[in-house]
Design a protein around this ligand. Sequence first.
Ligand code: F6R
Length: 581
Amino acid sequence: MLSDGKLQTEKRAGKLANLRAALQANPRSADGIGIGHTRWATHGAPTDGNAHPHVDEMNRVAVVHNGIIENFAQLRMELEERGCKFRSETDTEVVAHMLSEQLTEHNGDLGAAMRPVCRRLEGAFTLVAISEDDPGLVVAARRNSPLVVGRGNGENFLASDVAAFIAHTRDAIELGQDQVVTITADSHSITDFDGNPSEGKEFRVMWDAAAAEKGGYPSFMEKEIHEQPAAIDQTLMGRLDTAGRLVLDELNIDESVLRSVDKIVVVACGTAYHSGLVAKYAIEHWCRIPTEVELAHEFRYRDPIVNEKTLVVSLSQSGETMDTIMAVRHAREQGAKTVAICNTNGSTIPRESDAVIYTHAGPEIAVASTKAFLSQIAAAYLLGLYLAQLRGNKFADEVADILAELNTMGAKIQQVLDGAAEIKAFGTSMADATSVLFLGRHVGFPVALEGALKLKEIAYIHAEGFAAGELKHGPIALIEPGQPVFVVVPSRRGRDSLHAKIVSNIQEIRARGAVTICIAEEGDEAVTPYADHVIRVPQSPTLLAPLLTTVPLQLFACAMAEAKGYDVDQPRNLAKSVTVE
Ligand code: F6R
């Protein structure tokens, strides 16, 4: 921050609370501008010295940076040859020194200094800088990394994501690639990296400011779990025309192109990848189009077979996951059409895709993804149904029937949530478990993977998800007395063989001492004799069941993390948007 025109820097490794305590111990008054960043360490250990901001040797300019500067070693060498002394091991510090040199060249004009610096940088960066030479302004720049301006009344903001400032303003400007923006309290101006005047895209954030608060829940994660009925309703809202046909207004890809698609490839990471795995079952079943689901970071390195007849569907909550961005770019280079299923308006992935279906789940603040997962499944199902309708795989009334079922899911999720206290109490009682396994079949398999991921990321417990049929091929060797195993039980009203097989699997593991926790439909008594614990979900068609069976697993992970005293919303080593490859 600037305090009486002087640059003052305070930074701490670890939680924000550490920084807050340091500022309380050494309070300073700010002149009205300041910058800050919670950095996910990429170069150097997470220490106070490597934390952001970084300043030049004269303490004249400070900078924070999101992303990775790929040519930093070369730049650092050049600066050191000119006598520059570095204080950190970060890639970012080169920017502070380069800005300082350019400030001298440009008579202290920070905007003018930023542009030549950006032209020399390779990689991904959002940079935000302030300097003593220009005390009333903040300068920022972006390439391959997100940046939005929030326009308030007599105050302006810069952030990676609108959630950071919606408590203050909903008027925002999305910056384009390779742009520099300068803000003061009541103005902003944008140029490209060469100084040519440029424009961003103005938009109004529709999210409610309250959506960024915890609303009485102990964590954002728990609040977001409870927001899932509304999130699903919003994803599905307004998708029927007056004739009762499914419409996807945003999907502005020529219908003849969509009819000629002969393969779908879904690219995503983490939880979003699991939603893609669920969607595959539905899309193939409804559209009869071969569908592959690929981890985005693996996709382009295996020289995938992708051409003009391939539809590449990316799934991303943030729209800023670098691995997914790179997969989408690769797909477009190969001539494929790309559709983004995304929760964040104006983010990079939808911008770089041919079409977008927004999930409208509202801001997801907790690092562990919950409502985004369910709404991604719902949106991918809309895409599948739309393609089935367009290509004649399903009659309009069949599509309408499935949509009607989908529209009941919000209320059914609410029924699961009505039992949240009991599920959480069970999670708390299991807090001493050191390993938990998850089994599922068909769409229950990705649900098992997701249940395991939630537990790993927030409760730091060894957890694995398996396809139940795979048990006998190896994983059953893990079962020893007392091993907790969650089993996602498919509906017996769907394919009876699936249900019967999983009941056998439950018996097999129980016989070897496992503690079995079954997530089963109301009325399914076949599992009761073999379950140590049953969590009931309402009845639903097989393909829609993941919208229900995932919810107890989210609550369970949340309870275990809380019982262990961990920070549910900000688990160690993880970032909400993974903007580096
Ligand atoms: C897990 C989680 C991550 C994200 C993944 C993709 O709870 O949040 O696995 O799902 O990093 O992020 P998005 O969806 O923003 O592309």
